[in-house]
Design a protein around this ligand. Structure first.
Ligand SMILES: NC(=O)c1ccc[n+]([C@@H]2O[C@H](COP(=O)([O-])OP(=O)(O)OC[C@H]3O[C@@H](n4cnc5c(N)ncnc54)[C@H](O)[C@@H]3O)[C@@H](O)[C@H]2O)c1
Length: 324
């Protein structure tokens, strides 16, 4: 059985569905601080917090767990800067609790949700995995600290792990059953779609004077269903004996904020009010993945690479369920 922490959240819920489709037994552990119970498309769900060691111990005692997918954590970059203790406690402390429990239960395989935020302001784009790590946010630092802890556990206690560094997760399940609902929403595509639906007055563009072709930040958008396939591939690699490592998950294409807004206008056919504003501290001009290592070693290739297609799935979800 696969334990999925944070499996009621955005990326986790899509991955759970992929595993269930593959015929795997899954138990989801989530405190529902962000996630939704109705997004859990697995048989087993345990409501619990990673910081509650007794609850975690019970999950491991009651289920025959062979591997863990670890999504649970706090994800807002801006919030992490003003609540550092909370982010370290949840993202680092919560992971240590999980690792301790895995060790005492003899569970050795882990897939961790890391992030492009570990690189900070890159010197080289597309960014390869061995690029220096210099996170510019507390959030990014929690991800990098966890990766270093995992490397220590691999050396010292026989853990086998894969850290998947997602770039910008985006889109929704093509059948409209699952999608993105963060509270508060901080991700660009749902925010633009909220403006298209008049759920927000406008979209704010943070910085128009970057050294990029149109002056706005460039990001790499990877469809959430492609992320799910990467997790399934990582589990297969671990089961086949791989000792793991870290992989970038991105489409290897960059789109500027203005290009994303234009794509949303085209896909929705709606007017979208845009207000230009100053840069946000800590936002690198361009983050684009070099994800050839995942292609080579995990046999993972993103299948949904058109931004129009990504936005179409997000728009279908937004219209049915609301957004932003
Ligand atoms: N969404 C992205 O673009 C993106 C990019 C890079 C990395 N990531 C990472 O991927 C993971 C999932 O991101 P997401 O967008 O699905 O976020 P999300 O907030 O939708 O999902 C996180 C889930 O974890 C649960 N959770 C949080 N703290 C918990 C705790 N202490 N105990 C138990 N459950 C807890 C929440 O209820 C939620 O369901 C996170 O670790 C995030 O840092 C996401």
């Amino acid at each position: 059985m696969i334990l999925v922490t944070g499996g009621a959240g955005y990326v986790g819920s899509h991955c759970v569905r992929e595993l269930v489709r593959e015929g795997r037994d899954v138990v989801v552990f989530d405190n529902l601080s962000q996630g939704r119970r109705d997004a859990v498309l697995a048989q087993r769900f345990v409501e619990g917090d990673l910081l509650d060691s007794t609850a975690l111990e019970r999950v491991f005692a009651e289920h025959d767990i062979e591997a863990v997918l670890h999504f649970a954590g706090l994800i807002c970059v801006g919030e992490s800067m003003v609540q550092p203790e909370r982010y370290y406690e949840q993202n680092v402390g919560g992971t240590i609790n999980l690792l301790r429990q895995m060790r005492s239960s003899g569970v050795r395989q882990l897939v961790f949700s890391s992030s492009a935020a570990v690189y900070g302001d890159p010197r080289q784009v597309p960014i390869p995995e061995d690029h220096g790590k210099n996170p510019t946010s507390v959030y990014g630092r929690t991800k990098w600290i966890v990766e270093e802890i995992l490397a220590d556990c691999a050396r010292g206690s026989g853990l086998r792990y894969v850290a998947l560094r997602y770039f910008n997760a985006a889109g929704a399940a093509s059948d409209g059953r699952l999608g993105e609902t963060h509270r508060p929403e901080t991700h660009l595509i749902p925010l633009v779609l909220a403006a298209a639906m008049d759920a927000r007055r406008e979209v704010r563009v943070f910085g128009t004077d970057y050294d990029t072709p149109d002056g706005t930040c460039i990001r790499d958008y990877v469809h959430v269903d492609d992320l799910s396939r990467a997790h399934a591939a990582a589990l297969r690699a671990l089961a086949a004996g791989s000792s793991g490592g870290a992989y970038n998950l991105g489409s290897m294409q960059g789109f500027s904020v203005r290009e994303v807004i234009e794509t949303c206008r085209r896909v929705t056919g709606r007017a979208i009010r845009v207000v230009d504003g100053p840069r946000r501290p800590g936002d690198p001009p361009s983050l684009v993945a070099d994800s050839r290592l995942a292609r080579r070693e995990l046999d993972w290739v993103p299948e949904i690479t058109s931004l129009d297609e990504i936005v179409r799935t997000a728009w279908a979800w937004a219209q049915a369920h609301g957004v932003g």
